[in-house]
Ligand binder design. Structure first.
Ligand SMILES: Cc1cc2nc3c(=O)[nH]c(=O)nc-3n(C[C@H](O)[C@H](O)[C@H](O)COP(=O)(O)OP(=O)(O)OC[C@H]3O[C@@H](n4cnc5c(N)ncnc54)[C@H](O)[C@@H]3O)c2cc1C
Ligand code: FES
Length: 261
């Protein structure tokens, strides 16, 4: 699989909510070979500094026309804070596309379950689902400001359901309630794709397993290299059979492969 380490021109850096940003860079080579669920490693510091040395992994949120790719990210620490200071016209090194993305299953309803910024790895997937009339998107967050890109999903499906813990957008409650309501209405075999906090994905997996519905999960792990060299991104396999390396074998796995603890 091709991957590229390129100096990419920043074309947009927009603050969408208090700590959530959309970064768009010009990276035609990466755009051409990007698949849903794959990610890139981004150099966050400006040219004058080597701190932090390590790049930060971000999912490919969307691909646009003219070679553009966008990342939806939350400022949580030093790296993402520095990234948020980068401005259009500056150059940023981007390595990607990396990892194994989602396997698209087309002949059944697709249920996408995103928690908070987990939606960052689901938009490209929603765009590539070949039967949009069988695409169901469920998004949950603490409050409305955590999910500022709902319109990107509402353009793709009539079956978009939102739930927030404080009721500031959509139904009030947690995403597993929404999934439970959805699964009660599904009579065919379906495929679940999910990304979000670990505890949410674990709950989604257990609900899927109870109904024998296959479930793919996109995992996050601390990453130093992003390319399989440092072995720092290991998570335990199910049944104590060693480790999965999230950057190379993932970030997307069949949920059955993961030891959920
Ligand atoms: C494959 C992959 C894809 C990812 N895609 C995205 C994406 O599309 N958008 C996005 O916003 N993030 C994404 N992440 C997470 C992102 O890489 C981290 O948030 C980022 O590296 C943190 O770097 P930092 O230097 O700002 O924070 P650090 O200094 O590394 O950490 C600061 C603090 O934030 C905590 N922290 C770290 N990661 C997270 C997190 N994900 N959520 C909440 N707290 C965290 C740390 O535990 C620490 O307490 C992805 C991670 C992986 C592995
Ligand atoms: S991050 Fe280095 S092996 Fe996965």
């Amino acid at each position: 699989m091709s991957r590229f380490d390129i100096p990419a021109n920043i074309v947009e850096q927009t603050r969408l909510a208090h700590s959530i940003f959309l970064l768009t860079v010009n990276a035609p080579a990466i755009m051409d070979s990007a698949n849903p669920g794959q990610f890139c490693m981004l150099e966050v510091q400006d040219d004058n500094s080597r701190d932090p040395l390590l790049r930060r992994p971000l999912s490919i949120y969307k691909t646009g026309s003219n070679g553009k790719i966008s990342f939806l990210y939350k400022e949580v620490g030093k790296g993402t804070r520095l990234l948020s200071k980068r401005r259009p016209g500056e150059i940023i090194r981007v390595l990607g596309p990396l990892g194994q993305g989602f396997r698209l299953i087309h002949d059944c309803p697709s249920i996408l379950v995103g928690g908070g910024l987990g939606v960052a790895s689901l938009l490209l997937l929603a765009q590539r689902i070949k039967q949009p009339h069988r695409l169901i998107v469920l998004i949950g967050a603490k409050n409305a400001s955590e999910i500022p890109t709902i319109e990107d999903f509402s353009r793709l499906t009539r079956y978009l359901h939102i739930i927030t813990e404080d009721g500031s957008l959509g139904q009030r409650g947690v995403i597993t309630e929404l999934l439970n309501q959805t699964l009660q209405k599904i009579t065919d075999m379906a495929q679940i794709y999910t990304c979000g906090p670990w505890s949410m994905m674990k709950a989604v997996y257990h609900m899927a397993r109870k109904r024998n519905i296959p479930c793919q999960v996109s995992l996050e792990a601390a990453m130093a290299c992003g390319t399989g060299l440092c072995l720092g991104c290991a998570v335990p396999k199910s049944n104590s059979q060693g480790f999965l390396h999230v950057c190379q074998e993932g970030p997307v796995f069949d949920a059955d492969q993961v030891h959920w603890g």
